[in-house]
Design a protein around this ligand. Structure first.
Ligand code: OFO
Length: 171
């Protein structure tokens, strides 16, 4: 595998791992601050980011490279509000989009069209994620400080989970 592409893919593996930890930290905050629906949604999203990471790991290994795990920073664990949580998610996803685009740019420079083709999935995924988080953030902003509205949004977020990444309850 092209060493420049391999190293850029490994950096992306680190970013996806960080994304997973960031959303896990946010899920924990939501769970202990009275937003069980948002918590379930974010626990599940943390799992999705782990899948994004694993897809990259397998791709690197299958193409003759070696996936490398790098140190991952501790994510923030305290937030002022649910709005701040989703604002930070939006910003983070914009950063990830930029990072995927840069990665794609490297594959073009290096004429590694196989990896470029593989990255199309991530490019599409980022469009979907940015749109999803923008929608959620718009709703949160609309509701503002209204407790009943916020309760409703939390329920709605709960309804958006599939149950695959649920926290699990009891034993
Ligand atoms: Fe949220 O898409 Fe991967 O990082």
């Amino acid at each position: 595998m092209n060493p420049k592409v391999e190293s850029a893919l490994n950096e992306q593996i680190q970013r996806e791992e960080y994304s997973s930890r960031l959303y896990l930290a946010m899920a924990i905050w939501c769970e202990v601050n009275g937003y069980p629906g948002a918590a379930a949604f974010l626990y599940e999203h943390a799992e999705e980011e782990r899948i994004h990471m694993l897809k990259l790991v397998h791709f690197v290994n299958d193409r003759g490279g070696t996936a490398k795990l790098m140190p991952v920073d501790a994510p923030p664990s305290d937030f002022k509000s649910l709005e701040e949580v989703f604002q930070k998610i939006k910003k983070h996803e914009e950063f990830i989009t930029e990072s995927i685009n840069n990665l794609y740019g490297i594959t073009v420079e290096e004429k590694d069209y196989t990896t470029g083709n593989f990255l199309q999935w991530y490019i599409t995924e980022q469009i979907e994620e940015e749109s999803l988080f923008n929608t959620i953030l718009d709703k949160i902003k609309l509701v503002g400080a209204d407790k009943a509205g916020m309760f409703h949004i939390d329920k709605e977020l709960d309804g958006m989970t599939t149950g695959a990444g649920a926290a699990g309850e009891g034993n």
